[in-house]
Design a protein around this ligand. Structure first.
Ligand SMILES: [Mg+2]
Length: 250
């Protein structure tokens, strides 16, 4: 059970990790329909300065997408749940993929959606997502196919499930590992982690944050969560963060 986050923290010593969709901006019907409003842009810019760069946006989106959405802010950005990263100085990091596996999975699932009308396949480079929201009659076929593929590639991919979707995720896609890696180096090192996220992939990060004596915050209602604290909505996330920026030196 999560308790409300204290209204004021000793914020200047925090390493801040923020999920994007559902945490900073509302989830849209299509991911491409999302923009970063002025309020959030100005908040991120202030936080970046006040935390001396110890701020990262960590999302399941591709890095290129995050860069487009937050440009020109020089933030640390982590894409594909941790498989891609751009540091605030522009340095890029990406996990290595096996091109044969990527090509095979991509072609196989594209073919599958041709044979099962209404199913949608999304190639996120480090993850392959099969949606059946529009075609629930194909749920069983989707499940069987993804399970079979997972058995063939279980050394490098894990199978996860979401709302009307199944996803094969490269094992480097893990927000907890991403947080751990950032905390091992400046400007995050020797700071107390605070992670705010709204979804099951954020749950990977919460135990890492808790083990470091930090603040794990789940946004919205969650029946089960490893987070210690909660904020009820995106509006609460924004006002809470704005409150912290007002109590810190500019
Ligand atoms: Mg989210």
């Amino acid at each position: 059970m999560q308790t409300p986050l204290p209204s004021a923290l000793a914020f200047s010593n925090i390493a801040l990790f923020l999920d994007f969709d559902g945490t900073l901006v509302p989830i849209a019907s299509h991911p491409d329909a999302v923009t970063l409003p002025h309020r959030q842009r100005s908040l991120l810019s202030k936080l970046q300065t006040q935390l001396k760069g110890a701020l990262a946006v960590i999302s399941g989106r591709r890095l290129a997408d995050l860069e487009r959405l937050t440009a020109p802010l020089p933030l640390t950005l982590v894409g594909c749940h941790g498989a891609q990263r751009r540091d605030s100085d522009g340095t890029r990091h990406a996990e290595r993929l096996e091109p044969e596996a990527v090509a095979y999975l991509g072609a196989f699932l594209a073919e599958f959606t041709q044979q099962h009308p209404g199913t949608v396949f999304e190639d996120k480079t480090y993850a392959f997502t099969l949606h059946y929201r529009q075609a629930p009659q194909h749920e069983r076929a989707c499940r069987d196919t993804m399970t079979r593929l997972w058995h063939a590639y279980r050394d490098t991919y894990q199978l996860t499930e979401g709302k009307c979707l199944l996803e094969l995720r490269h094992h480097t896609c893990h927000k907890g590992r991403a947080v751990q890696r950032l905390l091992d180096a400046p400007p995050f090192r020797r700071r107390i982690p605070l992670f705010i996220g709204d979804d099951r992939t954020d749950e990977d990060a919460f135990p890492v944050v808790n083990a470091r004596g930090g603040f794990s915050v789940r946004v919205g209602e969650a029946a089960q969560s490893q987070a210690t604290y909660r904020l009820d909505s995106i509006e609460e996330v924004l006002s809470w963060l704005e409150h912290q920026t007002r109590s810190m030196p500019p």
